[in-house]
Every structure is written in C-alpha cells, then in structure tokens.
Design a binder for this molecule. Structure first.
Ligand code: ADP
Length: 452
C-alpha cells in the first residue's frame, strides 16, 4: 500500500511537472507571439507616418542630399578618400535637427508609445558608369554608423524598415549614380510592460490553473496519506487490542476448564486461587474496556473536577503508591519547588502521571527520577527514566491516539497506544503541555508543564 501511494505521488508529481512545463511553454509561445504582433504594429504605424525622411522635412533632406552629392563628387575628383566620405556622412550637420524632427513626429503621431530610434547607414555605393560599382561603404547595421536618433545600442531594438535612396548626377561629363541604404531601428520604452499588460488575462488564467492544480494535488495527497494513516492506526489498534484480550481470555478459558474438575473444586486453596485468577483477569478486561471508553471521549467532553492542592505532596503520594506496586524499581524525587498550590483534577492527573511512570517500567527502566522545577513561570514535573529510549523521528507521534513505537513488527510489550494520548489530553485540559526528550538506548524524560 505504501509503495502504491509513493508510486502514485511520483506519477502525480511527474504529471504536474509536465503540465506546468507545457503551461509555461504555452505562455512563452503566447509571449513571443505578442512580441511579434507588437513589432508588426509598431512597424505598420511607423510606415503610415513616414515613407521617407522627406515626409518629415523636405528642406533638410534636400540639404542632406546635396551634401551626399558633394562628397561623391569630391571622391570622384580624388579629393576625398573612402574614410573621408564616411566621416563626412556620419558627422553631417543635419543629424541633431533631423533627430529632433523625427522624434517630434513620433511623439505627435504615436502618442501611446515612447520611442527611441536610430537610423544607421549600411551602404554608400557609387556607380561611375553602368558597369563599375565603387563601394565606398557597405556594412551590417551597426550603432556606430548612426545617422540620426538617440539609441545607444541596437541590442534591444528591432528593425522597422530599410530606406533605399538613389541619386544621379553628372560630374565633369561623367554620369554617376549614388545608392544609399539606411535602416531604422526602434525600441519602445517599457515594451515588456506593454506586452505583459496585454497578456494579463492569459497570465492570470494560467497562474490560476497551475495554482488550482497544485492545490488539488496537495489536498488529494494529504487526504490519501491521512486515510492511510487512519487505516494503519485502525489495524494497529485491532492488533493491539486482540493481543491484549488474548491473555485474559485464554486464562479465563483455562481457569473455567480447571474449575470443571471436581478434585479442584473440593480443594479449598486451589479453588480460591483459581477464583482469584478469574477475578484478576476479569478486572484486567474491565480496565481494558475502561481505557478504551475513557479515550473515546473528545477533549471538550472531558470534565475536570479541579481542586486546589499542594502539588509536591500530591506527587509524593503517587510516588509512594508506585513504590508499593513496583518495589523493585528505584524511584527518587528531586523537588526544587515547595508548597506549590495548583488547581488540578486529582483523579485524572493521578492516572496520567501513573501512565508515564508505568511506561517507564514497561519500556525497560529500573531507575526513575521525578523532578519539579519552575520553568518560564510554569510548574514543570519531569519523569526521567533510564529505559530503552525513543527514536527522534518517532517522538512527535507519541501523543497520537493508538500510536505505539514498533520494534520490528512485534509488540514485545503490551499496550493500546492510548496511555500518552490520555496524558496529553488531560494536560491540555489543564491548559498545560507535555514534551519529551529522549535518546535511543539511554532513557527518556517526559516533562509536563502546568500553569501556576
Ligand atoms: P502503549 O504503552 O500502550 O504502547 P503509550 O501511549 O503509553 O502506549 O505509549 C506510546 C508509545 O510510546 C509506546 O508504544 C512506547 O513505544 C513509547 N513510550 C512511551 N513511554 C516510553 C518510555 N518511558 N520509554 C520508551 N518508550 C516509551
């Protein structure tokens, strides 16, 4: 069963991971699609407002073209080399003013977006005649070749469009053609936020579905584990109670059989001894039933009969009774408090303290020390034994109903797993708490804290 649950959990975890991955993939795809859609929208909107720079300022563009012509002619004349032409273009006087104009146009015509842009020069090719092309300049788009704009890097920008310009002219009876190519790169400020805003619905929906899935998964697994625990506890309880009932029932069976023999009935001593055994076993059965009944009460059904008592005297009387019942056990007291008056239910607390003391004996102790202290304004009673001890990982379970620490599959000692549960319920009903400190093989210390 445990293996099945583990397998189920493993499968569900894998399914959950796969589903979450698919969901993330879908969100990422939707994001990429939204980015592409956004780029297309910006490209279209920019295309609508500018076909060429001449739309923006024809006078400036004409001046720029005159400069290009001038540079080309000087190059043909041999007054300029290629580097001079490039410098002349990239350092032209119209850059700032054209940048301002384009920026203004964007602000006016695309008021919803804050746009940074760069127009970079890619090509500057001269055709002195139809056959011979003289490439003065041809590079991939590169921010250092920025003609206009305020972008400092092309890394997060996207290409909006290329502008190809051709001019022809005649110089010293020689015809020439000039071909230029510029690219416009754009980066919309806060574009991630714009896209995330457009994806809000998808994001909320997928986060909600993943959260629902994980919550359902956790709830289902928790319920399964709880169910398994309840079923384990029930099986344990049935095993334990069967085990507990077997001895008295077997003894009763044998005793009845013995009593059927006439010679036993005639012998007074033997008869008395058998009747005593029957009565003892009967009491034992009764006490088992009482124990189960007492523990079937819920916490709030417990009705305490509190009275003000001197706690140290009360503990001494319990220790004295215990000494009579277990004369071989060495029980000591170490009281660091005196005459502490507390309002306690004597009957329930006697049973609870005896449960702890009897457990010490049941689980291998020969020496017990009962201590009292004041700890953080609370009255602390500790029962320290030198028994078999309890593993650390089992300690938190001790106070659960029907819980017993198993040695393998065998219960070497008798019990129903109700003793400590009862102790905890009674102490809690007194608004106190119980804690345990134990080292396997060395011993155990149960401390009960009560309000002063
Ligand atoms: P039971 O004694 O009937 O099993 P309890 O509720 O009294 O049930 O105790 C629960 C479990 O705690 C026991 O099964 C035992 O393994 C462990 N335990 C309790 N007291 C001690 C102790 N003093 N030393 C070692 N183990 C203990």
């Amino acid at each position: 069963m445990k293996q099945k649950i583990n397998l189920l959990i493993a499968f569900s975890v894998v399914a959950l991971i796969v589903l979450t991955t698919v969901q993330c993939y879908l969100v990422k795809t939707a994001y990429d699609y939204k980015v592409a859609e956004f780029h297309t929208q910006i490209k279209n909107e920019i295309a609508q407002i500018t076909n060429n720079y001449s739309d923006i300022d024809s006078v400036l563009v004409a001046k720029k073209e005159a400069l290009y012509k001038d540079l080309s002619e000087k190059y043909i004349q041999g007054k300029n080399n290629k580097t001079d032409v490039k410098k002349g273009i990239l350092g032209n006087d119209y850059q700032d003013i054209l940048t301002q104009r384009i920026k203004l146009k964007f602000e006016r015509d695309l008021p919803n977006f804050k746009i940074d842009f760069a127009i970079v020069l890619n090509k500057f090719i001269l055709y002195k005649n139809a056959k011979k092309a003289d490439t003065i300049f041809s590079e991939k788009p590169f921010i250092q070749n920025r003609l206009y704009g305020n972008l400092v890097s092309l890394n997060h920008a996207f290409l909006v469009r290329n502008y190809v310009g051709t001019t022809n002219g005649t110089f010293e009876n020689q015809n020439y053609n000039l071909l230029t190519e510029d690219s416009m790169y754009v980066s919309v400020i806060d574009w991630e936020m714009i896209i995330l805003r457009r994806m809000t619905f998808i994001l909320i929906l997928s986060l909600f579905s993943i959260a629902t899935l994980i919550s359902l998964f956790v709830i289902a697994i928790k319920a399964l584990i709880k169910q398994k625990k309840v079923s384990d506890v029930k099986t344990d309880f049935i095993n334990n109670i069967t085990h507990e009932l077997k001895t008295p029932l077997a003894t009763l069976g044998i005793s009845t059989k013995i009593l059927e023999q006439k010679n036993i009935r005639d012998n007074d001593e033997n008869f008395k001894s058998i009747v005593n055994t029957i009565s003892r076993q009967n009491n034992r059965l009764q006490s088992l039933i009482d124990q189960v009944m007492a523990n079937s009460l819920a916490e709030n059904e417990l009705e305490l009969q509190k009275e003000k008592i001197q706690t140290e005297d009360f503990l001494l009387s319990i220790v004295d009774d215990f000494k009579i019942a277990f004369p071989k056990i060495d029980i000591k007291t170490d009281f660091q408090t005196t005459k502490t008056i507390l309002a306690l239910d004597k009957f329930h607390l006697t049973t609870a303290f005896l449960n702890v003391l009897e457990n010490a004996v049941k689980y291998g102790s020969n020496q017990i020390t009962v201590k009292t202290r004041i700890v953080e304004n609370q009255f602390a009673v500790s029962f320290e034994d030198d028994g078999i001890g309890i593993e650390k990982n089992k300690q938190s379970l001790l106070f659960e109903k029907f819980y017993r620490v198993q040695q393998g599959n065998l219960h070497n000692t008798k019990g129903l797993g109700l003793g400590l549960y009862y102790v905890n319920q009674i102490v809690k009903a007194h608004q106190g708490s119980v804690n345990v400190v134990s080292d396997l093989g060395k011993g155990t210390q149960f401390t009960i804290l009560l309000k002063v």
